[in-house]
Design a protein around this ligand. Sequence first.
Ligand SMILES: Cc1cc2nc3c(=O)[nH]c(=O)nc-3n(C[C@H](O)[C@H](O)[C@H](O)COP(=O)(O)OP(=O)(O)OC[C@H]3O[C@@H](n4cnc5c(N)ncnc54)[C@H](O)[C@@H]3O)c2cc1C
Length: 417
Amino acid sequence: MSSAPKGRHIAVIGAGIIGVCSALSLQREGFRVTLIDRGEPGEGASSGNGAIIGDEAVVPVATPGMLWRVPGMLADPLGPLAIRWSYLPRLAPWLLRFMAAGGARRVEEISIALAALMDGALAAYTPLLAEADATDMIRRTGWVCVYESAAGFRRYQPMLELQRRRGVPFEVLEPEALRQLEPSLAPIFDRAVHYPEVGHSVNSLRMVQVLAGAFQRNGGTVHRAAVLGFDIGPDGPQAVRTEAGPVACDGVVVAAGAWSKPLAAELGAPVPLETERGYHVQFPDPGIAPRLPVYSTERAFVATPLELGLRCAGTVELGGLQAPPNWARAEVLATHARRWFPDLRTEGASQWMGFRPSMPDSLPVIGRSPRFSNVFLAFGHGHCGMILGARTGAVVAALAADRDPGLDMTPYRADRF
Ligand SMILES: Cc1cc2nc3c(=O)[nH]c(=O)nc-3n(C[C@H](O)[C@H](O)[C@H](O)COP(=O)(O)OP(=O)(O)OC[C@H]3O[C@@H](n4cnc5c(N)ncnc54)[C@H](O)[C@@H]3O)c2cc1C
């Protein structure tokens, strides 16, 4: 793609946090941008997540210690991981790559690549939210990770070491210090780790909506239609084919979250993308007001205070894009929440399931398609899409304008497997 953005038209597929931030950043760069989604902006995985936006997520999902604990997690009905066994044959190639990513040396490399992307991720939201007149959408309260057992805390030591090596600021807390930091918690925790720099969105769906609103106010177009494929010329896609007709364009950004795989494949980038399904339960009138989000590594969920109440979001279910939700997984979160917060009011609770777009090595795919220079890939952010939305958008816009994104893009290439 030419380095002169002026007047060139880019179609961004997917109006989740990644697509909307990419669209806004491309627009700021001078491109004409159409954002295409089959639904309303933000209604995918970006709507119901844990809303955590911090720069400290430098530990990949697959780690040596984690892989050994998988059988125990699967056996526990209240555990953080579930597999739809009928989906296992389709999942197997991804699982093998996931396990390969969990070796000690690879974990170190992945962690370095995650840290490079995380660097400045929270600050990258500032200009976008200022544009949307919504800088109050992110609160920088820090967050605290709690451990119910001494053994759980001991098991996490290698991860703390990894964070220490990446320069993540944190402080280990004894039970009394945790009680002072977050008095609404039950005295059931053996240890906690406080990360003071972490932020969270007060409402992840509304945040995507206000950013999409700013994009439209600046002259951007939102085209509501499902994308079916592409009209491809000698130099790459010339139009995006949608249910509502073609959208002619000079370039394409694929930011369709967990649904990106067939679109990327058609544009020359076959990738091992899967989904890690996750759940939330949200208490609209919780009767408590935690000062900061509380996370459990052992239970793999976060309780985040939002403008909508208290949301408990997380856990992983491997089962593909088609299977219906298993709401028992959301019930598990409610069970833990009642234990954590003895004064929690649970009336009117709602449940949600979302599809994390997950690569086996916990690194997103960001960069040009190996086949077409006018195609940019921006998906696979797994557990960290909220954190990385603005940062990814800035990188995509720099690449599209042929500017140096200020980052070695090699670890995020589509053809790294
Ligand atoms: C339970 C849970 C908790 C989480 N907690 C956090 C957290 O605390 N912090 C964090 O950083 N991340 C968290 N995540 C991960 C985060 O939500 C995702 O990484 C992020 O939302 C992905 O954004 P996205 O824009 O790539 O995808 P999405 O938000 O899913 O957007 C993709 C969009 O593409 C559209 N689309 C797909 N295919 C097509 C098509 N063919 N035609 C037209 N439109 C199409 C969809 O309609 C959708 O709107 C969590 C996820 C879950 C499930």
